[in-house]
Design a protein around this ligand. Structure first.
Ligand code: SOE
Length: 378
């Protein structure tokens, strides 16, 4: 069996989710190649060694360029902060490596366009880790929609709520807090949390054509960890969006880090002519499903527990009725990526698919600035 030699950049939260996927995917899925955790790259040598030994990486690098230059690496996986995605992905593609990249693809669509151009002209397999597509219940929802069970779609509604940045004393910048630093992150909740809602929406319900949005920055200045100074905050703390889809349906999207009590509440609902469906990350195995074709007397919201062998991904796991979790979404994506390598595609969302999300988030931020409806580029 061929091997797939992986070089990971970044050892934070996402470095862990990806490393776990590299280990678990071949144990539960029939992969056409054997993943080898060849090298991990980050800046702090001591922490790097601890991470490498904990996750079983064969070697370490402290400069991503050295990693990209290595002849024994097939796949560069980018799990470092957003401002690094663009340069690393382009260099990796030029070096002929396959590339997987954390979301969002670029800090804006301009960066993402260059990344798409790089992987497509190099002809290398690529994928962006919008992991929620591979919650089995969400994948099944996609199947139900594609089978036409919902009929014409009227409404799409999604929100992603957190509360971890409410304190005025929370600094911005540096490790663990780069998401608050606009130069590193590109934007705030729009590129971070809302981007998940947009990726799923584009996948389930097709292209978004127009948006109008408001954003707010509730805390205007924070101490910057790298300079020690109080600096203006450039990110959006909250984002509220109305949008139109090409299929004629309309949507509302909301993302915030100021919804006290909510840690990661991602919910979505889709209302069609024949049926409606609702999904909630906190109850990720379930789809609430209403089918108007049911006999009137017993018609109502079904609560479908997506754990059975004929439901997406589940025959690979335990026995019907037993649940899996958040980390499995990354395992599914990596397994799909390995299976997609042979035809040169990798796994959706590709860089090009993820560029579409960046076009929508750019239009949202533009609309928040202009106060007008903005057309989404394509
Ligand atoms: C932010 O707190 C964050 O970690 C996002 O960056 C992830 O993409 C999301 O899945 C969970 O929340």
């Amino acid at each position: 069996m061929n091997t797939l030699n992986i070089g990971l950049v970044g050892y934070g939260f996402m470095g862990r989710t990806h490393s776990n996927a590299f280990h678990q995917a071949p144990r539960f899925f029939d992969l056409p190649m054997r993943p080898v955790l060849k090298a991990v790259c980050a800046r702090n040598p001591e922490r790097l060694r601890t991470f490498a030994s904990n996750w079983g990486y064969e070697s370490v690098e402290t400069d991503w360029r050295a990693l990209v230059d290595r002849k024994d690496i097939d796949l560069i996986d980018i799990a470092s902060p957003n401002d690094t995605h663009h340069e690393i992905a382009i260099a990796a593609a030029k070096a002929g490596k396959m590339v997987m990249c954390e979301k969002p693809l670029g800090r804006d669509a301009k960066e993402a366009e260059a990344m798409v151009e790089a992987v497509e002209s190099a002809g290398v397999a690529n994928s962006v880790w919008y992991n929620y597509r591979r919650v089995p219940a969400v994948t099944m929802l996609k199947q139900l929609i594609d089978e036409g069970r919902l009929g014409r779609v009227f409404h799409y509604r999604a929100k992603f709520l957190q509360d971890w940045t409410i304190s005025q004393d929370l600094p911005q910048g540096g490790e663990g807090l780069w998401r608050l630093d606009v130069k590193v992150a590109g934007s705030g909740v729009t590129g971070d949390l809302l981007a998940h809602c947009i990726d799923t929406a584009l996948w389930l319900n097709g292209p978004i054509t127009d948006v109008t949005a408001m954003t707010e920055t509730f805390v205007k200045a924070r101490k910057h960890n790298l300079t020690g100074r109080i600096e203006p905050v450039g990110i959006d703390d909250a984002s509220a969006v109305l949008s139109r889809f090409a299929n004629g349906s309309m949507a509302t999207f909301e993302a915030t880090r100021y919804a006290r009590g909510h840690k990661a509440l991602y919910t979505l609902e889709i209302n069609g002519e024949h049926a409606s469906a609702f999904w909630d990350l906190h109850d990720l195995h379930r789809i609430q499903y209403f089918d108007h074709a049911d006999e009137g007397r017993v018609r109502g919201w079904r609560n479908i527990h997506v754990t059975d062998g004929d439901q997406p991904y589940m025959k690979r796991w335990w026995v019907p009725g037993l649940q899996i979790g958040y980390e499995h979404t990354f395992i599914h994506q990596f397994a799909d990526f390995c299976c997609g390598i042979e035809d040169g595609t990798g796994a959706a969302p590709s860089f090009r698919d993820a560029l579409a999300t960046d076009y929508v988030t750019d239009a949202i931020l533009a609309s928040a600035r202009s106060g007008k409806w903005e057309a989404v580029a394509s």
